[in-house]
Write a protein that binds this ligand. Structure first.
Ligand code: FES
Length: 128
């Protein structure tokens, strides 16, 4: 089993892993997606979009602490953004906001950014 060394994590990432924001499905939502990453972990995102802006974003994951921190931070970054802005939130934006993750955990931030993008696409599809 891989041993996670906490000293490799910044406080922001540890804080979001221990006390994740916006975790759990939204009751009212108009965008949703579930993505499984190459590591086999799954992340699910819900969006409530109102007047063209993300009013609320939430997530769940069965992944590691880094994926919980990434999902949590990504919901925080998405809140208040337009769909276009949210779609352009990148793995790097998530990593920067978390003050970085150890190299072996950086794909967790990509999974979160991709799950958000997929939920935005789902919202767009439903508008048509
Ligand atoms: S190890 Fe796969 S999302 Fe974290």
């Amino acid at each position: 089993m891989e041993v996670i060394n906490l000293k490799d994590f910044h406080l922001t990432a540890i804080e979001h892993a221990n006390d994740p924001r916006n975790m759990g499905p939204l009751k009212e939502f108009n965008g949703h997606a579930r993505i499984t990453g190459p590591c086999g972990d799954t992340m699910e995102f819900w969006l409530e979009v109102q007047d063209g802006k993300i009013k609320k974003a939430s997530f769940i994951t069965d992944g590691c602490g880094s994926s919980i921190a990434s999902g949590s931070m990504t919901t925080c970054l998405a809140a208040g953004k337009t769909i276009g802005e949210a779609k352009s939130i990148s793995q790097k934006n998530v990593l920067d906001a978390l003050e970085g993750l150890p190299e072996e955990s950086q794909h967790c931030a990509l999974l979160a950014a991709n799950a958000l993008k997929a939920a935005c696409d789902d919202y767009m599809k439903k508008q048509k």
